[in-house]
Ligand binder design. Sequence first.
Ligand SMILES: Nc1ncnc2c1ncn2[C@@H]1O[C@H](COP(=O)(O)OP(=O)(O)OP(=O)(O)O)[C@@H](O)[C@H]1O
Ligand SMILES: [Mg+2]
Ligand SMILES: [Zn+2]
Length: 548
Amino acid sequence: MYQVIARKYRPQSFDELIGQEHVRTTLSNAIARNRIAHGYIFAGQRGTGKTTIARIMALCLNCVEGPTATPCGKCSSCLEVAQGNAPDVIEIDAASNRGINEMRELRENVRYRPSRDRYKVFIVDEAHQITNEAFNALLKTLEEPPEWAVFILCTTESHKIPTTIASRCQQFSFRSVEFADVVSRMEFICREEGIAAEPEALAVLAQAGEGSVRDSLSALDQAIACCGASLTGEAVRDLLGMYSLESLSRIAHALEAESTAEMLEIVAELERSGKNFQHFCRELARYFRNLTVAKIACADGKPTRLIAAGDIEQSHLREIAAKFTEEDLTRWLQLAIDIYGQLQYSLQPRLHLELGLLRLVHAGRLKPIEDALRELQASEKPRVGAPAQFTARSAPAPYPAARPVAAPSYGRLPAAPAPVAPAPVGGTLRDKLAALLEQKTARMALDALRNSELVETPGGVEFVTTKQHAMGLRGADFEKVVAQAAGRPVKVTITLTEGSGASGSPGASASCPQADAASERALASPEVQHFQKLFPDSKVRGVRDLKE
Ligand SMILES: Nc1ncnc2c1ncn2[C@@H]1O[C@H](COP(=O)(O)OP(=O)(O)OP(=O)(O)O)[C@@H](O)[C@H]1O
Ligand SMILES: [Mg+2]
Ligand SMILES: [Zn+2]
């Protein structure tokens, strides 16, 4: 009878396993020292060896030469466990036996001594599916287990195991198995089976499993069924609907050339060859993920274990990653994930994909905000009086503590002396306005002005202030004075801010001194000032001190 590869090659000993070193060592030490617990939880990704190790445990415990970490594999006990018909190794699939009755039965069963072997081993697969009542029944057993009972609960969702149960068990987490280990396991199996497989074919199969050995072996089965005894990378990729690096590299080329036309051509070609767009997007996201990792983790030009790909593929990835910045790659990865998500619900996947790919090109043209700031800083150099050797690359400018009081002309008037740097637009109008109000001895308005943020808009002037000070700005001829100061007719608008944060006057007892200091610092900081120059229409609406 034909047996699928995954089952035929289920490891029968700790040595035969790949990955899960931490589980193997701990368990074999425990067995060697005869410190065997009554309850174990094996938790983790599907197809990574939970049931397999549970069975190996059963072998170890019940081998006639045991308990031993290296069972003989020949005695009747070992043979029966391997065949799955040992009387004292009871496997329960909780997916179909999840109720209270099954657990009661199990509780009964536990009370009787093993019929022949040393231990009664209960392997409960998919343990998270057990119902609550059934867990309670199981709990009683775990609280006072007979000396011969060993429970191994296997689950992909350990958080669903009640803590009352978990705290009575030793828990092991099973990790996804590394790419290279899966490849070498498949090499071994192919040798045994007389299959000639290109390294690239195995790489594709290992990638497809995403760390699950069973998934990779099932894909191998499928590939053999489809292609026979010789597997090429291309055939396997076609079978699994995976994309070659070359085909994905076309995207990278289009991005490098900033060619939207090329992107549209790629989509057209996918459609012509009947490819699944969603699948393509998933591969694309994985591709950008790998490029990003290659950029970050492979600065030394060596392959990394963080990428599930062979050496040749990795060097290819590194080459491409070198052409782009980390920011670009990260942004594209984010976009690729978004496109993938959108496609799932899209009735017009082609449009979505086209739009998405065009966006990738546009996103690549965005200049990082840091660069814009840096350039500004560089051009500002002489004015802020920074030392000559201060270059644009030497990180963001320090906070103004070490500098002469730079003029925070937003939010309020500088308390003497006049600013060193030429005051920005708002300042000029403010100065003129202040002078005019001074002339008219309009105290209230002057005070209100000091406590307002002043924003010039195309059609007028906006005063952002608190309710308390707004009154001072509502005087009958205030608008005229502003127009006079501005030298043109203007419309005055008053916008109220909440609280006193950005507008408390130094003398006003009501204002909060911390908020005041914070806004002063924030407004004086070179970053904020640069932003305000970059975006002249922007306003600072409020400042919050995150330490508070
Ligand atoms: N660590 C491993 N080393 C070698 N082969 C493995 C390993 N993990 C899984 N396999 C292969 O995959 C098959 C399935 O593994 P197993 O039944 O132990 O997975 P599992 O973790 O119990 O998965 P599930 O959560 O789906 O029950 C095994 O028969 C074996 O061929
Ligand atoms: Mg299992
Ligand atoms: Zn044995």
